[in-house]
Structures are given as structure tokens and as C-alpha cells.
Design a protein around this ligand. Sequence first.
Ligand SMILES: *Cc1c(COP(=O)(O)O)cnc(C)c1O
Length: 360
Amino acid sequence: MSRVFNFGAGPATIPLEVLEEAQKHLVDFHGNGMSIMEASHRSKMYDDIHSEALTLMRELYDIPEDYDILLLQGGASTQFAMVPMNLSLGGKAEYADTGSWSAKAIKEAKILGIDFEVVASSKESSHNHIPSDINFSDDADYVYITSNNTIYGTQYQTFPDTKAPLVVDASSDIFSYPVDWSKIDLMFAGAQKNAGPSGVTIVIIKKELLTRVKDNVPSMLRYATHADANSLYNTPPTFGIYILSLIMKWIKGKGGIKALQKENEEKAAILYDAIDNSDGFYVGHAQKDSRSLMNVSFNIKDKDADLEGKLVKLATDSGMIGLKGHRSIGGLRASIYNAMSKEGIEALVALMNKFADENR
Ligand SMILES: *Cc1c(COP(=O)(O)O)cnc(C)c1O
């Protein structure tokens, strides 16, 4: 078997142990005579998985009891609309625009016709930093940030202190470091970057927000519907939730989220050091004080698209895939989520160093 090192931004690499465990039980799930995929979502067989996923998430991420954890569908992109539909009280919402995903969230607020304001933006500098002076109003209905900007490779180093409820799109850095829940009121993430396969959307919401929703919001788009039904209002994405439960066990086996954070810091440092010590051959997109531990976006000097293409191809030929940068900034992007091994990053850095020496 030869597995590639997958640096793709999402769906992203999943720990081999998790895939092998799922494979082992795919056809006959622990003696039940059928796959977990075939089990009723009302069965005990499935319910054990569902509960385990929720319990482990709460335990590992230290989620307080006054928050509900919801397992939904529709991706993070559906949350861009569900957030205003459920949290807007008719006052103003405020957004920080730190990249394409924030912009897409803002677009949905606009479509829904709620009153909102973009109070901080890094757009003028092609989103190469997190604005340092974000000032959200105390009396906003909610305020909104994107904790990690998957395309631009920037990440909040701390969350802003807000009086208004803080909503965080953590699609690309959920479970990668412990968070301070006293600052957060709603966090959401599509699972396919750091928490498993596509098709599961995680929403962690403070219970007191559940009562805000207006009567004209359809059942499936109301957080309260799913909270009241323990995310079993309709058929949940059962197989994806099973993989999510295995990912949680894998995180536990690694020593928990704090241990992963340490590993993530070490892993990212190897790559950023290679960029910083390349005598300007490689140029990181993010300003140093905004660098992401999850997505490392960089160019080759003078944004040489020809050399960038060559390096991507060379990497692909060497079993390192998914390194082409997003079209909005070009260059390369290495997504180094929880499941990317240190060996993968070391292999990439060895190739980058050799390539720089040969093409300087
Ligand atoms: C990938 C991504 C999304 C979109 O997720 P979908 O599940 O595809 O809708 C939203 N926000 C961020 C920060 C992302 O990285």
C-alpha cells in the first residue's frame, strides 16, 4: 500500500488508524451482521456511536454544560445563513472580513436583509493578517469572526473580547487547540478539514441563544429543532458521525487537544522555518503575527508561477499532493491539519530545500 501525503485543504487527510478501524468493521459492525451505514438512526447500534461522538467532543474540547453540540448537514456554508436566521434580533450584526469565507458569510447576511456592518477588514492587503484593532459593539445582536482563514493562511492568535455573542467559523481549526469558551457563544465547522469526512457539520451553541429564533424560520434551519432532538430530528449523516467518533478516539489516544496543539506548533514551525531560512526564495503570505498553524500559504520569489507550478508537480510526483495554492493568491498552500504527520512535513521541507538550492 502506498499512501500519499495529502496537503489538500479539504476534504483533507484522515489518520490511517481511523481509516483502518472503519475498514475492519465496514461490512459487519462488531458482530451486528451489517454495516453501521445500514443501521437505523433509531437503533441502539447507532445510538451508541452518536452518544460517543458527542460525549468525546464535550470531554476533549472541554465544552461546558450550558452549550449544546449539534451534528448537522449542509456544510459550514449553510451556517452562513443559519447564524443570521437564528441569532438576529432585528438590531445590528457585526462581521470581521478576513477572507473569502468571511465574505461568503457576509453575503448571506445581505441576502437575508438583516442590518449588519463589516467593522474590520484585511481585504486591502489581500488578507495577509488578522486586523489587530477589531472593535465590536457591545450591543450588537451578534458579532462574527473566522478563526482560521483556510485560503490565506491567517489565524486569530486570541479571540476578541466581546460583550455581544461571538460567532466563530472554526471550520479549518476546530479541535486543533483548546479554546476559551467564556469568549465564544456559537462555533461551527464543516468536519472535512480537522474532524473527519465531509457531510457532517458541527455546531456548538450556548443554550441561551436557542430561544431567539423567529417563528418563520423553517424547522430544519432552526438550531432549537436539532437541540431538542439531540441531533436526531431527521436522519443524521450516520457514517460521517461514526468516523467523527473514531477521530475523537484518535485525538484522545494522542493525549488530547492540548497535546495536539503542541504537536501542531512544532509541525508548523518546521515549515515556517524553511520559508524564513530560504534567503527569500520562499515568501510566506501571512504576516508573522497572524500565521496559521493549519494552512501555510506561500509563494516563490517574484510570484514566479512557472517555478511554483514546477514545485507542485515535483511534489505530486514524490507523493505529496494538494499543494497548489488557491487561485486568489496563487503559489502554494500546505494544509497541515491535526492528521498531517510530522514525517509528511519533513518530506515536504526536504523537497523545498532541494528545489530552492537548484533554482535560486
Ligand atoms: C471550508 C470552509 C468553509 C466551507 O465549508 P463547507 O462545509 O464546504 O460549506 C467555510 N469556512 C471555512 C473557514 C472553511 O475553511
